[in-house]
Design a protein around this ligand. Structure first.
Ligand code: AMP
Length: 356
C-alpha cells in the first residue's frame, strides 16, 4: 500500500484510551480519524473527527463506518474476526489482519504459532473438559495455571491449580470454558517488546520495557530496561519472528518471561498498541501510537531511539483524584483518558516520569 496522503481518514475499531491516544497521534500527522465503538461518549470519540456508534456485528453501522475510511485499524484485540473479514470484503484494507487476530485471540493458537516460528513458550495442554485437567497436571507438574483460551486480560479468567483435587473448583472458577493449562514459568522478571512492521515488511522495535504487575494489572513499566545486551537482542529477535510470522502490519506487543537461567519465554502477544509501550510518549523520538499510525498508513516507520529513561505508572481508579499533585510534578507528564467514573481497577490515566 502506498503512503496515505495528508488529510486521509483512518478508521479505528474500538473506542477506549488506546484509540484516544492513536487518534491524537494521527491528528498530529494530519490525518482525520473515525472511531467505531459501542459507546457514544467514549475516550476515543471525544478527540476524533467522526464517531460511528454500533456493535461489532452491526453490518449496517460497519458499512457506514467503512464508507468514511481510507484504511482501518483496531485498538482492541477482541474485535470479532468476522468483523474484520466483513470490512475486508467491502474492499477495505484492515491492519492488522483477521489472521493475526484469530491467532492472538486464542492462547492455544498463539502458543502453537509461537513454537512453530521458533519462539519458546511454557509447556501447555489444551483443556476441553474438567476431566482433561488431572492428566495434564500430571504431565506439566503442579502448580499449573488454568486460563480461558479466549478473552482473558489483566489476570482475569485464570486460576492456579495446585493438585488434581482442585480440578473441579478450578474448572468452575473459569466458567467451564475451553481453556489452556500452563506449566508455571519460573521467571525472575517480566519484560515486553513493542515493535512495528510496515506494509513493506520493514520492522522496528522499541527498547524493551520491564513490567511490574500488582493484582494481575500492569502497575509500572521502566524503560529502557536495564538488561544485558544479549537479552535485549534476543527479545527483539522474538518480536521480529512474531511480526514476520503473522505477516503483521502495525504495532504489537510481545510479553516475555525472563527465566532464572536467562532464557526467554513468550507469554502473550497483544495485536495492538500496549500499556507497556506508553513510556515511549516521552521516552522515544517517535512513540508507539504515531508508529502504529505510520505503519497502517504506509508511511516510513519512525525513529525508535530512546531519548531518556522513563518510569510509566498507571493511574487506576481513585489514583486519578491526585491529578493536581501529579500535574505539579517536575520532569513528568500526565496523560488522562477522560473517563467519567473512576471505578476500582479502571485505567483512568498514566504518568511518565523521566528518570534520567
Ligand atoms: P496473562 O494474562 O497471561 O498475561 O497473565 C497475567 C500474569 O500472570 C502474567 O503477567 C504473569 O505475572 C502471570 N503468569 C501468567 N502465566 C504464567 C505462567 N505460565 N507461569 C507463571 N506466571 C504466569
Amino acid at each position: 500500500m502506498g503512503p496515505l496522503p495528508l488529510g486521509a481518514t483512518i478508521g479505528i475499531l474500538g473506542d477506549g484510551q488506546l484509540g484516544r491516544m492513536l487518534s491524537q497521534a494521527a491528528s498530529r500527522l494530519g490525518f482525520r480519524v473515525a472511531i467505531f465503538g459501542p459507546e457514544a461518549e467514549s475516550p476515543a470519540a471525544a478527540v476524533s473527527a467522526v464517531s460511528v456508534v454500533g456493535g461489532y456485528r452491526d453490518e449496517a453501522a460497519l458499512k457506514a463506518f467503512a464508507g468514511q475510511c481510507d484504511v482501518i485499524t483496531l485498538e482492541f484485540e477482541n474485535i470479532p474476526v468476522e468483523t474484520v473479514d466483513f470490512l475486508t470484503g467491502l474492499g477495505k484494507v484492515v491492519a492488522p489482519s483477521s489472521r493475526a487476530l484469530g491467532i492472538t485471540q486464542d492462547r492455544v493458537n498463539e502458543k502453537t504459532f509461537a513454537r512453530s516460528n521458533g519462539v519458546d513458550t511454557v509447556d501447555f495442554a489444551t483443556i476441553d473438559a474438567e476431566t482433561d485437567i488431572a492428566p495434564a497436571l500430571e504431565r506439566l507438574g503442579a502448580p499449573a495455571l488454568l486460563k480461558t483460551r479466549r478473552e482473558g486480560y489483566d489476570g482475569k479468567g485464570q486460576v492456579w491449580v495446585k493438585s488434581a483435587d482442585e480440578a473441579a473448583s478450578a474448572w468452575a472458577a473459569i466458567g467451564g470454558k475451553p481453556a489452556i493449562l500452563e506449566a508455571r514459568a519460573d521467571f525472575v522478571r517480566e519484560i515486553s517488546v513493542v515493535a512495528a512492521r510496515g506494509h513493506d515488511g520493514a520492522v522496528k522495535a522499541f527498547p524493551i520495557g520491564e513490567n511490574h504487575h500488582v493484582g494481575g494489572i500492569l502497575s509500572t513499566t521502566t524503560a529502557p530496561a536495564d538488561v544485558p545486551d544479549a537479552l535485549h537482542a534476543e527479545a527483539h529477535d522474538i518480536a521480529r519472528k512474531v511480526l514476520n510470522g503473522l505477516d503483521y502490519v502495525g504495532v504489537l506487543a510481545v510479553e516475555l518471561f525472563v527465566l532464572k537461567s536467562g532464557g526467554l519465554l513468550l507469554n502473550e502477544i497483544a495485536p495492538r498498541v500496549h500499556n507497556s509501550g506508553h513510556w515511549t510518549q516521552e521516552g522515544c523520538v517517535c512513540d508507539q501510537f504515531e508508529q502504529h499510525m505510520r505503519a497502517v498508513a504506509g508511511w516510513p516507520l519512525g525513529d525508535v531511539t530512546a531519548r531518556c529513561r522513563i518510569e510509566m505508572t498507571n493511574l487506576l481508579g481513585d489514583d486519578i483524584l491526585s491529578w493536581p499533585a501529579l500535574a505539579a510534578e517536575p520532569n513528568a507528564r500526565l496523560h488522562v483518558y477522560g473517563k467519567a467514573e473512576p471505578r476500582p481497577g479502571r485505567k483512568m490515566g498514566h504518568i511518565n516520569r523521566i528518570l534520567s
